[in-house]
Structures are given as C-alpha cells and as structure tokens.
Design a protein around this ligand. Structure first.
Ligand code: AMP
Length: 287
C-alpha cells in the first residue's frame, strides 16, 4: 500500500493510471475509520477486483466544511491506526494530504474558488451548518480532480451530502459514477460515526434516541400515511423525553429531490440532527 501526502504526486499517479486505462475506485473520508468506512472500502474493492483496478482512500479532515464554532480542532485523528485498517482491507493507495498541500494560501487569503450547490444544500445540514456544503462540494471536486476516479463511494449515513454530490457531478459533468452504500449501525441501532467517540457512557446510551425515533416513525406509517406536522410533533416530544438530547431538526422529504412532504408514507425519507450533550449527531432512513 502506498501512502501519498502530496497533491502533485497523487495526481501524477492518477493521470498515469488513466493513460494506462486502469479502473479506479475512490472512498473519500475524514479518517478515524470505523466499520461504516470499511463497508465503503469493501464495496470499492469488490467493484475494482474483476477489472484489476485500484482503490484509493483519502483521509483528510477538511477545514472548509467546519463552521468557526464546530469541532474541527478536536475532530479525532489517528493516521497510523487508519493506515493499518486500510492495509488490512487491501487498499492500494491512501491519500492523506496536509492542509498546506490541499489549500496552500487558504490562511493567507489566497484561496478563492469554491464549488456551490444551490438547491439541495439549502435545508437541514445546510441550514444548521452555514457554509458546510460549500466546503464539502469544494473538497470533493478537488479530490476528484486529484484522484481522477471512475467511481466514488459515499455513505447513506450522510444522505443529503450524497444527493448534493450527485447533483454536483451531474451539473458539472464530472466523469465519476457515484455509489451510495447503506448506513452501518451498532447492534443497538446507533449509526457508526467518528463523532461517537466524543460520547460519555450516559451520552452513548442516550444517543440511541435517533434510531429509536426513526423506528417510531417507521411504525407510525406502517398501516397508513400520516401528517408530517403531527408526526414531527410526536417525535419532538419523544426526543424531549431523553434528558441528554436536544433536537436540532427533523424533516420528512422525498429521497432524491429532498423536497419536504406534507404527508408521510412508507418510502418517505426522514432525517434528523440531535445534540447529545455537546455532540451533534445525524441520522436518516427511508421509512
Ligand atoms: P466521514 O469520514 O465521516 O466524512 O465519512 C466518510 C464517508 O463514510 C462518507 O461518505 C460517509 O457517509 C461514510 N460513512 C460515515 N459513517 C458511515 C456509516 N455508519 N455507514 C456507512 N457509511 C458511513
């Protein structure tokens, strides 16, 4: 497995692969890998194997997608552990650039080109985290230009993000196929996340409230459609009953357009963000 830190070296390797017609699968991450990330890596590996292609995993905590009061500085990082996990999965290249490599001039005000998706990124994470998706689309566009992948695998865990990326790729004609892989959960339903490491024992127990809310919504629409306003009210109350939890948002919407619905049926998408203590967690599912 090669570990590449420089943008120029990664791009040169990617361009040489492209010239030789080598098939490349890409998994972008912020590191501190868990089974959710590994499931994306395994999907990429399965897809490239029959074509004798390559799998590239990027590990980069992207500063431009964090707000000024968010957890960029304390986001968990352990490159050596991540490299061991990637090696065990048979990854070909880990691209782990430094901020200097990715954004030379950012701090000095000499980085001034951003990619902005203006529709799907407005609500939910976009509303709660101003500038977040601008950072995400910008870094993913940069990574696609550097790694030149044939396909990239994203997690359903960040559903809105995956739809925003799909739209960016369609709108800007990136020659990259976007694959969305299912959310991997702990046995008690908590979606795996690098941020789960922030949770103390009582918070860890309380954090299951996100999945329990999704299951409650699922049960509510099993027999018949229900009003979004009423179901939201019920779930707000359900989450309020958990003392360590503070709801940020719940939305019901169409899975691909992300348009909010008035009536929730089987197949409607739910997404929610909840603070558990200081830790902000998100989850979503198709009901
Ligand atoms: P992150 O390192 O949190 O930026 O995540 C990198 C990629 O892994 C994104 O495409 C996420 O959606 C995906 N991912 C994160 N957690 C999970 C999970 N529990 N199951 C599946 N994919 C995940």
């Amino acid at each position: 497995m090669r570990v590449i830190r420089s943008v120029a070296a990664m791009q040169q390797l990617a361009l040489s692969w492209r010239r030789r017609g080598i098939y490349v699968g890409f998994v972008p991450t912020m590191g501190y890998l868990h089974e959710g990330h590994l499931s994306l890596i395994r999907r990429a590996t399965r897809l490239v194997r029959p074509r004798k292609g390559k799998v590239v995993v990027s590990i980069y905590v992207n500063p431009t997608q964090f707000g000024p009061n968010e957890d960029f500085a304390r986001y968990p990082r352990d490159l050596n552990r991540d490299l061991r996990m990637c090696r065990a999965e048979g990854v070909d290249v880990v691209f782990a650039p430094t901020d200097r490599h990715m954004y030379p001039g950012l701090k000095e005000g000499r980085f001034s080109t951003f990619v902005v998706e203006e529709q799907l990124s407005q609500r939910m994470e976009g509303a709660s985290r101003p500038g977040h998706f601008r950072g995400v689309t910008t870094v993913v566009a940069k990574l696609f230009n550097i790694v030149q992948p044939d396909f990239a695998v994203f997690g359903a865990k960040d559903w809105q993000q995956a739809q925003v990326i799909r739209r960016m790729v369609a709108d800007l004609n990136f020659p990259v196929r976007i694959i969305v892989a299912p959310t991997v959960r702990e046995p008690d339903g908590l979606a795996m996340s690098s941020r789960n490491t922030y949770l103390g024992p009582a918070e860890r127990a309380a954090a299951t409230v996100l999945f329990r809310a999704i299951q409650r919504a699922r049960a509510a629409v099993r027999a018949r459609p229900v009003s979004a306003v009423k179901l939201k009210r019920d779930l707000e109350q359900f989450i309020r009953a958990e003392p360590l939890a503070k709801l940020d948002y719940i939305e019901f919407f169409d899975s691909t357009t992300l348009q909010p619905v008035e009536t929730v049926t089987r197949g409607t998408h739910i997404a929610l963000a909840v603070f558990i203590g200081r830790t902000r967690l998100i989850d979503n599912a198709r009901l």
